[in-house]
Design a protein around this ligand. Structure first.
Ligand code: HEC
Length: 148
């Protein structure tokens, strides 16, 4: 109301003020659109990660550790001095193997695969792998759970 009163003050319409104001609202509109579209951009370019090719050798350092670390996925809790296993880069392999979280003879029962598995309703409620991440972890275990 106060703004409207200003435009019409003394029964004289302040056209100059209104013009500036139009430019200003166009500017605000532009900023809002930029914000909205930048959000959409963010979701649109999110890479869709295909499941592992069974013929590929999965590298612990290149593929598995980044699953634990990506956006602090697991390492926000599982870090050095925090919740065991320590899943931070450089410590994860030792921690997983020394805690016996891998079962080479029955890979699907490996705790590091099964506890945070999205289809395990009685598992880890904190955070789960995505379906594709779980497939990578399983393939890595099936290939001998190497420190590669
Ligand atoms: C918000 C904190 C939090 C996050 C994030 C988290 N965890 Fe956990 N995790 C825990 C806690 C607390 C426990 C122990 C209690 C339990 O099992 O619920 C645990 C237990 C585990 C265990 C079982 C260890 C054992 O001794 O049997 C595994 C394996 C595990 N987490 C893996 C993961 C993986 C992989 C991720 C990432 C996908 C992850 N966690 C993310 C808190 C977390």
């Amino acid at each position: 109301m106060a703004i409207v009163e200003k435009y019409f003050s003394g029964n004289k319409i302040n056209y100059k003020r209104m013009k500036i104001n139009h430019k200003f609202s166009a500017f605000i509109f532009f900023i809002l659109m930029a914000l909205v579209s930048s959000c959409q951009y963010d979701t649109l370019v999110k890479p869709v990660i295909p499941p592992p090719n069974p013929a590929d050798t999965i590298s612990f350092a290149k593929t598995i550790e980044p699953i634990f670390n990506d956006n602090s996925n697991c390492t926000v809790c599982h870090n050095t001095g925090g919740q065991v296993p320590d899943l931070t880069t450089g410590y994860a392999y030792n921690s997983i193997t020394s805690m016996g979280l891998i079962n080479i003879s029955d890979p699907v029962s490996s705790k590091i695969y099964w506890i945070p598995n999205p289809v395990n309703s009685s598992g880890h409620t904190w955070k789960k792998y995505t379906d594709v991440q779980a497939q990578f972890v399983l393939q890595w275990i099936k290939q001998g759970a190497l420190d590669n």
